[in-house]
Design a protein around this ligand. Sequence first.
Ligand SMILES: [Zn+2]
Length: 309
Amino acid sequence: MTQNHQVVRRRCPATPPRGSYAADVTTTVPTSDSPRTCGPGVPAVLADRPLVTLTGAGVSTDSGIPDYRGPNSPARTPMTYQEFVSGAEAQQRYWARAHVGWSRMGSARPNAGHLALARLEADGSVRLIITQNVDGLHEAAGSQRLCALHGRIADVVCLACRVVTGRQAIAERLTELNHGWLEQHGGAVSRPDGDVELTHTDDFVVPACLSCGGALKPDVVFFGENVPKDRVQRCYAAVERIGDEGGGLLVLGSSLTVMSGFRFVRHAARRDIPVVIVNRGPTRGDDLATVKLEVSTTEFLTALAAETR
Ligand SMILES: [Zn+2]
């Protein structure tokens, strides 16, 4: 099935190569201290191919958003969907922590990688950006052909009537209902899930939906919750279409740990669609990749955009 999908990794040369790249691939796995010196060379397999991209947390680390699955990441214990819907106490705990986290996260801006990807999309090279990120930075960079697989942290949904409200409006209500909370907990330690470490949250007041009084939840897919089917189908269709057009799937900054993204890599490999993975550290899709590069996604995308100009 994937016999022609040989996993290759670029050796880190003293001088980053320019021009031709196919000859530079080797089976050498960079050591943990070497990838930073590795150039962002664009493999020949990507030349003149239309692409579907799948982006993960690694794309946003240069915007100051931690990659919770990257090397040396702290252990994380995100609230599951089941816990969130278990009752008011869990929702109080969630929103109390998330409110402080949001006040910090709001300042993140797209980095050069997001901007390069938006340019590649604008010139038609990238047909769809599938992202596992909820940070909204692809939109902020100007990307339009986008499927936010796990939703957007900037949206809040009512679990009863499904009305979606902008997060900023909810943040303002949270501030109003909890005077002094942000000031009091401004020094709390950030956690990888965009919230902060807080133990005592039982005096936090959580607003309800203004339309129906229902419980409000960020419109993102929690652990234990499924990605909406229409999104999944749209992404499968885009992968199949790119295969028909002789294109490829480019994975950027994801360890592919969760099935929600990994399934598209598997789908592409089954159809003999070339898969290029750019990620620092091993990924679940390495065995299915045509080429694997352990380099910065920001540098890689900048090089790719320059190459296709
Ligand atoms: Zn409602």
